[in-house]
Design a protein around this ligand. Structure first.
Ligand code: MTE
Length: 327
């Protein structure tokens, strides 16, 4: 497989240390930076095995956005933080919680590149600074036919992307996630074409439902859930939700993505939740809802909804497209 090439960063793109430190001071004043920094302390708390007793880790203040609130029963903190997919830490569902303790998500920078007027390297604080953190309760549907209901904290992805002024050539946006073999034991195995990468069409990325998440259940993201910054695209299968993003690039042509390279007939570029299109090895018409005290083993099966229940909001993005061919 072709290795993914990351373009070198020009010195002029890097935030000078003095400017970076000033921004940190500003954000500390807002009380925003402290919780995110605390989340990076992987010496205990959520980064290893999750506590039985409910949410833990740094509190992250956010304004509730009730526009898309799901009224369904929430998944427990314990299930959401111990039953994960994050192959850089191993392919077992418990591996991320078990092995993500060494991962250091702070300090964090994201490189922005490609067809945009504003490109360069930005600290996490820079990315978040102009935005108010929102809490949104979304359904989270994995391609493996389990689902959760999770209160995410983050910012609208589109609002963040607009700041980079994508040009008319920017038809897609690609997300590359972190690659640190010293901290991520799963990278020793060739299960995917590392680094993990995902992409969206630009209009999908600009849709107000798409989020860049930094927390869940009122707390900063635990390492196993994608600290410090991940995508949440609730009408798509969970694998579109790239975790621990380090690079955002605006592309003219459709970018290649890790799961599509691994299994093109199983994981399409669009990956909209679609009960009418089965995965070649299992049905997608129903899902095991991991919620409340149901736990992952005894979760009940419910019908899967087109676009994961967000059809009213997003179906128009795909008007005229054959959604069987474009799975
Ligand atoms: N991001 C990275 N970097 N590596 C991964 O293995 N797995 C994806 C996605 N993001 C993955 C990733 C898959 S398959 C799913 S279903 C979701 O993360 C799971 O998110 P969760 O563990 O918070 O439920």
């Amino acid at each position: 497989m072709k290795p993914y090439r990351v373009a070198p960063i020009a010195g002029s793109d890097i935030t000078p240390e003095s400017v970076y430190l000033q921004r940190r001071g500003f954000l500390r004043g807002l009380g925003l930076l402290a919780p995110l920094l605390a989340s990076g302390c992987s010496s205990g708390g959520d980064a290893g095995a999750p506590a039985d007793s409910g949410p833990s880790g740094a509190v992250l203040p956010a304004t509730r956005n009730s526009r898309w609130d799901s009224k369904e029963e929430l998944t427990s903190w314990r299930d959401a933080t111990s039953y994960n997919n994050y192959y850089e830490f191993g392919t077992g569902k418990g591996d991320p919680a078990r092995h993500a303790g060494r991962f250091q998500p702070q300090p964090w920078t994201v490189e922005v590149a490609g067809h945009a007027e504003v490109i360069g390297r930005f600290s996490l604080e820079d990315l978040l600074k102009p935005h108010t953190l929102e809490e949104r309760i979304y359904r989270h549907r994995c391609v493996e036919a389990w689902s959760m209901v999770i209160p995410w904290i983050g910012i609208p992805l589109g609002e963040c992307l607009k700041r980079f002024k994508p040009t008319s050539r920017a038809k897609y946006v690609a997300f590359t996630t972190v690659n640190r073999p010293q901290e991520m034991p799963g990278l020793a195995y060739d299960v995917l074409d590392w680094p993990y990468r995902e992409a969206l069409r630009i209009d999908e990325a600009m849709h107000p439902l798409a989020m860049l998440a930094v927390g869940l259940y009122g707390r900063a993201l635990p390492n196993q859930n994608g600290a410090p910054l991940r995508l949440v695209v609730p009408w798509k299968y969970g694998f579109k939700g790239a975790k621990s993003i380090v690079r955002i690039e605006f592309w003219e042509n459709q970018p290649s993505t890790s799961w599509n390279i691994a299994g093109p007939s199983e994981y399409g570029f669009y990956s909209n939740v679609n009960p009418a299109v089965d995965h070649p090895r299992w049905t997608q018409s129903s899902e095991r809802r991991i919620a409340g005290s149901g736990g992952s083993l005894f979760a009940k099966r419910i019908a899967t909804l087109p676009f994961n229940g967000y059809a009213d909001e997003v179906a128009s993005l795909y008007a005229g497209m054959n959604l069987r061919a474009n799975y």
